[in-house]
Design a protein around this ligand. Structure first.
Ligand SMILES: *Cc1c(COP(=O)(O)O)cnc(C)c1O
Length: 426
C-alpha cells in the first residue's frame, strides 16, 4: 500500500476519486493543488489561469490574504456556537452586510441552494401572513432553464431533465415561464395566488444567457404592480461579477449599492452565496426588509452552521476586499475589453458564433451541435495551453476569471484562447 505521505500523481488522484467517490461530476482532467490570485497549480506544478473561478465563488482571487487571515484568526478563537447562543462575530457582520446591500435584515445560511430554499419559504410565509393567500395555495413564478441549486424542491421547478429524472415526487406550487419574456411574466402574474417571481438576472448555468436591457427593471415593476415579491438569485451574478455590485444594479458601476440610480431594481428578497466568502468557506445569505423578514420567528427556520463566527468574519473580509480593490470597476473595464477581443477573434474563425455576457461573466458559443464534443475538446486544449474553463450545456464555454485580474494578465489569456481556437480552425 502506498504511503499517504508519498506524493501522488494526478492520474493516481483521479483514480482515487473514480474508485471511491460518487460519480456526480464530470471534471476536466486536471488535479489542482494550489491557488493564488488568478492562478492555480496542478499536482505536477503546472500553472494555469483560472477562468471559471469556482463558478464565480472566487471573485476576490484564490487564497486572498485578507480573507484567509480573517478565517485563520477566527478559526483559532471560536468556530461554532450554533444559534442557541449569541456569538460576537455575527452581529457586526449582520450590520455590515445589511448596510452594504441596503436591506433591513439578513438571514445567514451556508450554501446557495439553502439560501434559495430560505427565500422560497420566506416568500410563501409572507404570502399567507401578509398578502392573505389561502394556506398551501401560494405559487412562485420561475423561468425556463433556471439554475437555483440541487435540493428536491429546487429541482422540482427545473426543466433540466438530467437534474430531475427519477428524483420525484416533486414539490408543487411553481409556474414556469420563458426567460426574458415580459409578456409571459405579465400573463403569469394574472394567475391566482402568485406570491413571488424568482429569477436570475443573468442565467449563468444556462450558458450566461443575458436578457434584454429592460428585462429586470420591467419585471421588478410588474411585480410591484401585482403585489408579488421580486426575488433575485444573485448567487452567481452578484458581488461585482457583472461589473456592477449586483446585476440588478443595471448599468451602475459605483462601488456602493445606492438607491439613487435610475437603473437599480431593488429586489424584495436578495439571495447571495458563492463570492460572499471569496470562495474560502460556504457562506450564503438572504436579505430582505423588515416587513418581509419579520414573518420568520424563532424555531421556524434555521441552520446549525448558518451565521457561525468563521463565516461571519470571512464574509465581512470578502466584501471589504470587493470595495478596497474596486473589483466592480475592474470587472466592468476588463469585461468590455474581453468581449472586444473575443469579437475580433470570432471574425477570423467560424468555430465560434458569438460572445455574450456582462462584466467578467461571459461565454462563447461554439458553432456545433449541443451534443458535439467540440466545446469539451477546446477546454482540454485550453488546459494544455495553461487556461482552465469548462463547457456548459454542450456547446457553450463560460469564461469567468477572478476579478482581481490585471489588464496585462487578461491579454495574456486572450492570446491563449486565440492560439487554442486557431488550433481548431476549420
Ligand atoms: C451556484 C448557484 C446556486 C447554488 O449554490 P450552491 O452553493 O451550489 O448550493 C444557486 N443559484 C445560482 C444562480 C447559482 O449559480
Amino acid at each position: 500500500m502506498s504511503s499517504t505521505l508519498e506524493k501522488m500523481s494526478s492520474a493516481q488522484l483521479m483514480g482515487l476519486e473514480d474508485k471511491h467517490g460518487a460519480h456526480n461530476y464530470h471534471p476536466l482532467p486536471v488535479v489542482l493543488a494550489k491557488g493564488e490570485g488568478v492562478y492555480v497549480w496542478d499536482v505536477e506544478g503546472k500553472r494555469y489561469f483560472d477562468f471559471l473561478s469556482a463558478y464565480s465563488a472566487v471573485n476576490q482571487g484564490h487564497c486572498h490574504p485578507k480573507i484567509v487571515g480573517a478565517m485563520k484568526a477566527q478559526a483559532e478563537t471560536l468556530t461554532l456556537t450554533s444559534r442557541a447562543f449569541y456569538n460576537d462575530a455575527l452581529g457586526p457582520y449582520e450590520k455590515y452586510v445589511t448596510e452594504y446591500f441596503n436591506f433591513d435584515k439578513v438571514l445567514p445560511m451556508n450554501t446557495g441552494a439553502e439560501a434559495v430554499e430560505t427565500a422560497i419559504k420566506l416568500c410563501r410565509k409572507w404570502a399567507y401572513e401578509k398578502k392573505g393567500i389561502a394556506e398551501d395555495q401560494a405559487k412562485i413564478i420561475v423561468c425556463e432553464n433556471n439554475f437555483h441549486g440541487r435540493t428536491t424542491t429546487i429541482v422540482s421547478f427545473s426543466n433540466d431533465e438530467t437534474a430531475r429524472r427519477n428524483f420525484g415526487p416533486f414539490t408543487p406550487g411553481f409556474i414556469r415561464i420563458p426567460y426574458n419574456d415580459l409578456n409571459a411574466l405579465a400573463e403569469a402574474l394574472k394567475t391566482e395566488n402568485v406570491a413571488g417571481f424568482l429569477v436570475e438576472p443573468i442565467q449563468g448555468e444556462a450558458g450566461v444567457y443575458t436578457p434584454s436591457e429592460d428585462y429586470i427593471a420591467t419585471a421588478r415593476k410588474l411585480c410591484t404592480e401585482n403585489g408579488v415579491l421580486f426575488i433575485a438569485d444573485e448567487v452567481q451574478t452578484g458581488i461585482a461579477r457583472t461589473g456592477s455590485l449586483l446585476a440588478v444594479c443595471g448599468n451602475c458601476s459605483c462601488e456602493n449599492h445606492c438607491e439613487q440610480q435610475a437603473t437599480y431594481s431593488k429586489p424584495d428578497i436578495l439571495i447571495l452565496g458563492k463570492a460572499l466568502s471569496g470562495g474560502a468557506y460556504p457562506v450564503s445569505a438572504v436579505l430582505a426588509d423588515d416587513e418581509i423578514m419579520a414573518v420568520i420567528k424563532p424555531g421556524q427556520h434555521g441552520s446549525t452552521f448558518g451565521g457561525n463566527p468563521v463565516a461571519a468574519k470571512v464574509a465581512l473580509a470578502a466584501l471589504d476586499v470587493v470595495k478596497d480593490e474596486q473589483l466592480t470597476k475592474n470587472a466592468r473595464v476588463l469585461g468590455n475589453l474581453f468581449r472586444k477581443e473575443m469579437n475580433r477573434i470570432i471574425e477570423g474563425t467560424d468555430l465560434v458564433n458569438s460572445v455574450r455576457g456582462k462584466g467578467l461573466l461571459n461565454a462563447i458559443l461554439i458553432n456545433d451541435t449541443p451534443e458535439s464534443e467540440t466545446a469539451w475538446n477546446i477546454c482540454v486544449a485550453l488546459k494544455k495551453n495553461g487556461l482552465l474553463a469548462k463547457p456548459t450545456h454542450g456547446n457553450i464555454i463560460r469564461f469567468a476569471p477572478p476579478l482581481v485580474m490585471t489588464e496585462a494578465q487578461l491579454l495574456e489569456c486572450v492570446a491563449i484562447i486565440e492560439k487554442t481556437l486557431m488550433e481548431f480552425k476549420r
